[in-house]
Design a binder for this molecule. Structure first.
Ligand code: AMP
Length: 457
């Protein structure tokens, strides 16, 4: 039985494309060519995960559009923000992240129709997941009314949107209230209905780009031009530059609880990095695979062979695998018991490893500080508890230090982003990804349907 397969994928040099004609939105419109204003590097680097013979295919962005004044931009955004019991937005990071796209479209005089999901209503009309409070929040934030459209599909919506003025914003009700949004079939009825609301399609929802849904992928097939927004463009540019064209040495920090959830990441990165730091809960599976005694530490016994294969693969590729030397162990995961530093291979029974020890931190820091590109995916300890957060804090501080000395740093989504925000100044990295699952799949080298569906350059 093949337990672990080493990816055959090899990265090729980036494919730099030509400038092309701006897409024709309305034949008779006076063309205002916006892409001549765009610095060449920006349009060059709009890449996606559609790999043809190892190359990424560049995708068009809103900057490549011609005259869009008066046109209806149907924009998929990721504003799946947390709400408290009184329906107040408690963290508006995702709303802030789409403002560049909104402002760009506004400046160009487009009518902006936002499409989004909130939570997981599973195709049911459930007021608990309504986007109306988000429309209110955005109205207050922007100082102008964001028109809320309660029934996105049908004549009602089209009529409501008829009076939208140039530069005005509307937000459609939760698109996941429709079963057809997430349907895994080829039926394009819902996509065609939504397409009636716009003159062109923009996908700025990187956080949902790994979903093959109507509003994230199918719509791009029926509403043209279909282009990326500025957030999507930046996410793809930063992640793909780090993965495909890193300044070396290139170091990846992979942490988190389980080897099983990061096999794809470890596999793909082994082909690309110079140093692979493995920390967090998954390091104990490696320690046990190497004959260490790991006490009560979390471990996936069914992944021991995988861990060995990853080590073997790294050795064959000349990748330096950096594993913990010493760790902080505890006999009480709440942090109120006995905590002490021990050798990673000699953890007493009754104790579990929860953070990197001082020698490990020093080793991780040295490798990070001597790197020119750093990608972090997963914390190196159970950082949610301040008693176990020092290792992750040290890693983040080293990444910031390296960034200040000219390295490129990318914090790759999910828990790493929570850690970066909680334990450091998140503005100090080159890029902090807004996508959890999407950035994970991107780093795994998978094709993201929401990106693949957009128009090629
Ligand atoms: P993941 O979602 O796989 O990236 O895992 C992130 C989670 O792993 C975070 O909630 C961390 O608290 C947890 N984690 C990291 N290291 C450990 C550890 N040594 N023991 C238990 N949980 C850990």
């Amino acid at each position: 039985m093949q337990i672990y397969s080493v990816s055959m994928f090899r990265s090729f040099p980036l494919h730099f494309g030509r400038k092309e004609e701006t897409p024709d939105i309305q034949k008779n419109s006076t063309q205002k060519t916006t892409n001549t204003e765009t610095p060449f590097i920006d349009t060059q680097t709009v890449l996606n995960m559609t790999q043809k013979k190892g190359e990424r295919i560049m995708k068009k962005s809103i900057k490549d559009l011609g005259d869009i004044e008066g046109k209806r931009a149907l924009v998929r955004v990721d504003i799946n923000v947390p709400l408290d019991a009184d329906k107040n937005v408690t963290d508006d990071t995702r709303i802030q992240a789409i403002l560049p796209t909104i402002n760009y479209l506004k400046d160009k005089g487009a009518k902006i129709i936002l499409m989004a999901h909130l939570g997981r209503p599973k195709g049911e009309w459930n007021p608990e997941f309504s986007l109306e409070p988000v429309a209110k929040y955005m109205s207050d934030m922007l100082g102008e009314e964001v028109l809320f459209v309660a029934a996105p599909v049908g004549k009602g919506a089209e009529k409501e949107l008829e009076n939208l003025k140039d530069g005005q914003i509307a937000l459609l009700e939760n698109i996941r209230f429709y079963k057809a949004e997430e349907a895994k079939d080829d039926d394009m009825t819902f996509a065609n209905e939504l397409a009636k609301l716009g003159d062109f399609y923009v996908n700025d929802a990187f956080g949902a780009a790994h979903r093959n849904h109507t509003s994230t992928a199918k719509l791009a097939k029926v509403l043209k031009p279909a282009v990326s927004g500025l957030l999507m463009e930046k996410e793809i540019r930063c992640l793909s530059q780090a993965l495909d064209n890193p300044t070396r040495p290139f170091t990846a920090v992979v942490g988190g609880a389980k080897v099983s959830s990061k096999i794809g990441v470890l596999e793909n990165l082994s082909d690309k990095v110079d140093n692979l730091i493995i920390g967090g809960g998954m390091a104990y599976t490696f320690a046990k695979a190497n004959g260490g005694h790991i006490g009560n530490s979390i471990c996936e016994d069914d992944q021991l062979e995988v861990a060995k294969a990853i080590e073997k693969n790294a050795a064959e590729k000349g990748v330096r695998l950096v594993l913990p030397i010493d760790v902080l162990v505890t006999d009480d995961f709440s942090g109120n018991g006995t905590n002490k530093f021990v050798d990673v291979n000699n953890i007493p029974d009754g104790f579990e490893g929860v953070d990197a020890g001082p020698q490990t931190r020093k080793e991780f820091e040295d490798v990070i500080k001597s790197s020119k590109t750093i990608l972090m995916n997963g914390p190196v300890g159970a950082f949610e508890n301040p008693a176990f957060a020092e290792g992750t804090k040290a890693v983040l501080a080293a990444i910031i230090d390296a960034t200040e000395n000219g390295a490129t740093s990318v914090i790759g989504g999910g828990d790493s982003v929570s850690a970066a925000k909680k334990l450091s100044d998140a503005d100090k990295y080159t890029h902090v990804s807004t996508g959890g699952g999407a950035s994970l799949e991107f780093i795994e080298g998978k094709v993201l349907p929401g990106v693949a569906a957009l128009d090629d350059k």
